[in-house]
Write a protein that binds this ligand. Sequence first.
Ligand code: NAD
Length: 327
Amino acid sequence: MTAGAFRGRRVLVTGGAGFLGSSMAHHLSAEGAQVTVIDAMVKDTGANPFNLEGLKADIHRKDLRDREAIGPLVKGQDFVFHFAGQVSHSDSMRDPFQDLGANAEASLALLEACRRGCPEARILFSATRQQYGRPRYLPLDEAHPQEAVDINGIHKRAAEDYHLLYHRVYGMRCTSLRLTNTYGPRQLLAHPRQGFVPWFVRLAMEGKPLQLFGGGEQRRDFSYVDDVLEAFLRTALNDATLGEAYNVGGERPYSLNEFVRVLFEVVGGGTSTVVPFPPEKKSIDIGDAYCTADKLARAVGWAPKVPLKEGLERTVAFYRKHLERYT
Ligand SMILES: NC(=O)c1ccc[n+]([C@@H]2O[C@H](COP(=O)([O-])OP(=O)(O)OC[C@H]3O[C@@H](n4cnc5c(N)ncnc54)[C@H](O)[C@@H]3O)[C@@H](O)[C@H]2O)c1
């Protein structure tokens, strides 16, 4: 991906026992980076000890908000990939204070620790398309107003704003990448609250019917994990991106019905039913939502490479071996 640029460099990955963090930690460790992982192993998130198996890294089970513990771990890092957080939109509504802690407070604590311990580090934050709320126009670009429809979108935006503020005020080397529906190996499949993609993958693999809320014609874009890692790595090596936020969008929008058809092709069959939106989901649904990643393409030459079908094939092949570890 980035041809040895991280070999020998000191890299901190937060949320490194989760889906994206562990994928990044394995990649960088294989590239020869000195990887430190911090993860609090928060229940009901994607934290999974199996994600850490075989990983050559210095692994710390710590909460980022534990400032005394984090200080020494941050010291002298060259790169910080900040993936720790709370992903579930519905959980953020059920327990807004947990979401505040995991997304906003933890990010602020990390930035303060970095300001003292590694003020020159390159810091990459994992933001979300959910910050935009219901699209006023499509595709979503970075100038679209941020009008989150749930607590998670508000706290992720706050965390992004902290990063961009620390760049403006302290000159810290932060960039934010706003992710769309991201999927691939190592993602939690235990419950449906971290997004419908991993949940649909699990149901399809188990031969159970999928429920499509409200007709299935809503369009979304999807990113395969390797494309997302490449976006982070390229951005981390490009100083023209300091202090900026970028969308990391998928190859093209798919309706949910189309997505399900591709998934069934990959899995070898399946059934789906259309059901009305449950009220608690309808109130935070954003309808059609997909991004353009043109700004990132111009800045670092990134574009998604893995089409949905190929990404799902790789994902299903992984879970055919390891399903029980993720359910
Ligand atoms: N997966 C997606 O589709 C997606 C989409 C948009 C944005 N994102 C963002 O990317 C990041 C990573 O997502 P993921 O899918 O890998 O999530 P995940 O649930 O698999 O991993 C998150 C990890 O963060 C850890 N964590 C949470 N709070 C912590 C704290 N206070 N201190 C230390 N560790 C803590 C958890 O234990 C977990 O291992 C999240 O911040 C999420 O908001 C993900």
